[in-house]
Unconditional design. Structure first.
Length: 302
């Protein structure tokens, strides 16, 4: 693998680590199977790209895209909490609706950002190549998002969200408004996904209606791989694990697609993803079996 391919894999891995953090909130903390991600990711890219193309400051465009993702998650939560639609079905309905919404926002299937400014070009120091600068800036953004998430979920409101996901009935008995916590958690989750979509559009030179296909699978893969590498119940280690999982996932994808002796091509991306997720799911089971074999049987009583 060339240095350029390695840095590209790290760059994409860092962007999708924001998606993985959002998926961690919905799937692990709230126990909410959220497929809105496949729509809120391109939503962030679409909003950001169309605003930049129309002369809006890239920083403001990125913030608006993040807010748009939060609104998408809020609507999904509202469908579930207020209209009593099953969580999975509510997220599917929102994902389908966002496809049309994204087309409306972009006015077509894609919005190019060829010579337009981005947050990366505006902050890029002179003399530093963009393929070095983008991963460095993304590291700062991801670390800031991780630390903010660690802080938030240690506050009273964050602990209430975690309690809602762990045991909603017990949380209500303790006076927690579980409906409001679901709405807040879904908003934060999809805000991170919308931010990732905005950054992805700026690094890839535009937004496309198909850029969200399979996003939820990538996010889940990053969470599963990260939990296999660094299993922990502490929120600080859990967020670190999914970031590592996203980067490792993209690294193995790039390594597999750049290995000529394997013969894989770009169209094999979904196959490689399925194989990696399967391996990540099987590894914990193998570890448990090995541990059970090492524990000696208890002596039988006479």
């Amino acid at each position: 693998m060339s240095l350029f391919s390695l840095l590209g894999a790290i760059e994409i891995g860092l962007i999708f680590s924001l998606v993985a953090l959002g998926v961690l909130i919905s799937f692990r903390l709230l126990r909410f199977p959220d497929l809105t991600v496949d729509g809120s990711f391109p939503l962030g890219g679409a909003v950001c790209a169309i605003l930049i193309a129309n002369g809006i400051n890239p920083f403001m465009a990125t913030l608006v895209a993040t807010a748009a993702g939060a609104v998408a998650g809020l609507v999904t939560g509202w469908l579930n909490v207020r209209l009593k639609i099953m969580d999975l079905l509510a997220s599917i309905l929102m994902m389908i609706a966002l496809y049309s919404v994204n087309l409306r926002i972009m006015g077509g299937p894609n919005v190019p950002l060829i010579n337009d400014p981005t947050v990366f070009t505006l902050l890029q120091p002179g003399g530093l190549e963009d393929y070095w600068w983008r991963p460095l800036l993304l590291v700062v953004i991801v670390v800031a998002a991780k630390l903010a998430m660690d802080w938030f979920f240690a506050t009273e409101r964050g602990l209430a969200i975690r309690a809602t996901g762990s045991n909603a009935r017990m949380a209500r008995a303790q006076g927690i408004n579980t409906g409001a916590m679901v709405l807040l958690g879904m908003a934060v989750s999809n805000a991170l996904v919308g931010l990732a979509g905005a950054l992805f559009a700026q690094t890839q030179g535009g937004s496309d209606i198909s850029m969200g296909i399979g996003t939820i699978v990538i996010g889940l893969a990053a969470v599963i791989v990260g939990e296999s590498i660094l299993p922990s119940r502490r929120i600080a280690l859990a967020t670190l694990a999914v970031i590592i999982g996203a980067i490792v996932y993209r690294f193995f994808i790039a390594a597999a697609l750049n290995s000529d002796f394997i013969g894989l091509k770009a169209q094999d991306l979904n196959l490689v993803t399925a194989v990696l997720v399967t391996i990540a799911l099987v590894i914990p089971q193998l570890k448990r079996r090995l541990r059970s074999k090492r524990v000696p049987d208890a002596p039988k009583s006479l």
